[in-house]
Structures are given as structure tokens and as C-alpha cells.
Ligand binder design. Structure first.
Ligand code: TRP
Length: 334
């Protein structure tokens, strides 16, 4: 019965603290997909080496991310939650897929060009073949749905191309994956200054992290830029105010949002009150996740068990694909 469900795979890099943008842009969707699909979620530590060669904090980052994913609602019993480097099968498939990827197309990839600009002194081959490794992540599990944001769609298209070339050459063994999102349900989380989305590269003061304690949440929100308010009824909101409203829509009750909307439209909004309310609602949202996460991370035995279980389940499924791939290529000598 499990096997009848469509296979889903997604990955997340262990390169920093999980913020609200990650949560609403990705993790919450993963949590919703767990029950409906056969889900694999992967902490992609090998990918992080392409941009973060210093591994001093890698272990801490991986442990924290694992606990944050579980604290956010991923259930290691319902999905396969694992660490990429625990599954050597991925590396072997990556090797075969490298022969399906052309240098020219890799060099033209948008994310590659961005990273070359960001780290001109470390344009390593791992960076160039990043989409090939990502393809191996996906194809090794025969995933057909890959929940990712817009910026990753090119990688999924490349994955289909590599898989099609492989199938064309060696026989129909790899499943073709498609980027998946819940469409309009994908919530954009604006940065606290209203300029762009919350992201890893943003200023920490403008980003809310799942690990933020109540005081930091309060401080960040109370510091957010406002002005003296509209003077004309039903004005268009400036970006920084619109950003605060959009955060409020995510964590506050409808009637609360409506009250401040109508205060804004009637030109009697008090931004101090609005931010206080937003801060408390945000704390009510984030702090249970933070507390669950901390409890999980402290329980070293549980963490170990979860990581081992995930690795076993992921390897078992990966091996099925890898055997077919080896046979298809003809790597069989005795
Ligand atoms: N490249 C993705 C990112 O930067 C992370 C990732 C690695 C991934 N492997 C994946 C996403 C496989 C989806 C499927 O966010």
C-alpha cells in the first residue's frame, strides 16, 4: 500500500538557522505532505560543502536542523527523514549522472552563475555539478514530486533532462520528477523591513528564526520601521507596513488583522499597538516550536535513533534504484 503513493523528495541545506521563510515556504508544506505521499526529506550536507567548506559547525548545524524539522512537525515515523551523507548510494548515482550532464548547460545554470559571483575564489567542480548531485537526491528515490520554490525549478528541469538522457541511453529506469507546490497556498514571508522575502542572506534583525527566544522576537518586531500613519483614508500601504500586515496575516487571528486593516483605512492606526500584538502572536506561534525543538535536540538517544532509522530506510529504497541503474548500464561482471 505504501508503494502506491506517489513519492515525494525534498532537501534542505544545513547552513544556518531555520527562519520563518523556510518554515512557510517549505517545511510546512512538507509536514502537510507526510500523510498523503510517500515522503523523503533530506538534510543535504554534501551540498553545503560546495559553499561552506569550513565544517567546524557542520555537526551542530545538522543536529539543530534535524531537531527543528521534527519540532516543526515532521514525523520520522511518517516520513523518511535522513542525512544525505548517510546514503552513499546518492554519490554513486551522482557519478553516473555526471556523464549525462554537459559542461555548457551546467555553466549556464542561474544558481551557478550567482554563486560564481558570490565566491569567485572557490569556483569548484562541486559547485558546477551541484544540480547533478541534487538530481541524484531526487532520482535515487524515484520521486515524482519535488516541493521546491521558484528558484529551484531550473534544477528540477535539469533533473528531468539528465534522467531522460539516461533512459534514452540505458533503458527506461529513472522516473521523471516535477516541481510541486500548493500554488497560492505558498506563503511569502516578507522580511521585517518589508524589502524582499525573509532569507538566509538577510540582516538577522529583519529575519525571525525558529530558534529566536521571546525577547528577541519582541525586540525585532518592535524595531521594525513604521511611519506616522496614513493621512488619506484607504491609502496604499508602504512596503514596510504591508510587510507587517503580511506577517500578521500569517500568525494572528482574522478579526485582529481586520481591526488593524480598518484602523489603517480610517487613518487611526497605532503602529506601536499593532507591533505589540504582532509580537505576542508571533511568540505564540514560534515558542512552542522552539520548545519542542530544544527538547528533541537535548534527547541525544532519540536524535541518534531518528538519524539511524532515516538512514536505514533511505538506503533501503535507494538501493533498489541503484541496482536497476547498475544493471541497465551493464556494470555486472560475475
Ligand atoms: N538545492 C536546494 C536548495 O538550495 C536543496 C536541495 C538539495 C534539494 N537537494 C535537493 C531540494 C533535492 C529539492 C530536492 O534549496
Amino acid at each position: 500500500m505504501e508503494g502506491k503513493k506517489e513519492i515525494v523528495l525534498s532537501g534542505i541545506r544545513p547552513t544556518g538557522f531555520v527562519h520563518l521563510g523556510n518554515y512557510f515556504g517549505a517545511i510546512r508544506n512538507w509536514v502537510n505532505m507526510q500523510t498523503e505521499f510517500d515522503c523523503y526529506f533530506c538534510v543535504v550536507d554534501w551540498h553545503s560543502l560546495t559553499t561552506h567548506p569550513d565544517t567546524k559547525e557542520l555537526q551542530t548545524n545538522v543536529h539543530r536542523l534535524m531537531s527543528e524539522l521534527i519540532g516543526s512537525g515532521l514525523d520520522p515515523e511518517k516520513c523518511v527523514l535522513y542525512i544525505q551523507s548517510d546514503v552513499p548510494e546518492i554519490a554513486e548515482l551522482y557519478l553516473y549522472l555526471n556523464m549525462m550532464a554537459y559542461k555548457g548547460e551546467l555553466e549556464k545554470t542561474v544558481t551557478f552563475k550567482d554563486k560564481v559571483r558570490m565566491q569567485p575564489d572557490n569556483v569548484n567542480a562541486g559547485l558546477l555539478t551541484y544540480p547533478v548531485l541534487q538530481s541524484a537526491d531526487i532520482l535515487i528515490h524515484r520521486a515524482v514530486k519535488v516541493p521546491v520554490g521558484k528558484d529551484q525549478e531550473q534544477h528540477i528541469e535539469m533533473t528531468r533532462n539528465f534522467a531522460e538522457r539516461f533512459n534514452h541511453r540505458y533503458g527506461d529506469v529513472l522516473s521523471l520528477p516535477y516541481a510541486f507546490n500548493y500554488g497560492s497556498e505558498l506563503t511569502k514571508v516578507m522580511s521585517l523591513d518589508g524589502i524582499g522575502k525573509m532569507s538566509k542572506s538577510e540582516n538577522q534583525m529583519n529575519t525571525l528564526y525558529l530558534a529566536d527566544d521571546d525577547d528577541s522576537i519582541r525586540k525585532k518586531i518592535m524595531k521594525a520601521k513604521t511611519d506616522s500613519g496614513p493621512t488619506e483614508p484607504n491609502s496604499v500601504k508602504p512596503d514596510f507596513i504591508d510587510g507587517l500586515f503580511s506577517l500578521m496575516k500569517i500568525v494572528s487571528k482574522n478579526d485582529v488583522v481586520e481591526k488593524f486593516e480598518s484602523d489603517f483605512n480610517n487613518c487611526n492606526i497605532r503602529y506601536g499597538d499593532m507591533k505589540k500584538q504582532l509580537a505576542e502572536d508571533m511568540i505564540n506561534f514560534i515558542s512552542p516550536i522552539r520548545k519542542r525543538t530544544e527538547d528533541i535536540r537535548k534527547d541525544e538517544n532519540y536524535m541518534k535513533r531518528v538519524m539511524k532509522l532515516g538512514a536505514e530506510k533511505a538506503r533501503e529504497n535507494a538501493n533498489i534504484t541503484l541496482q536497476t541503474v547498475r544493471n541497465a548500464i551493464g556494470l555486472k561482471y560475475y
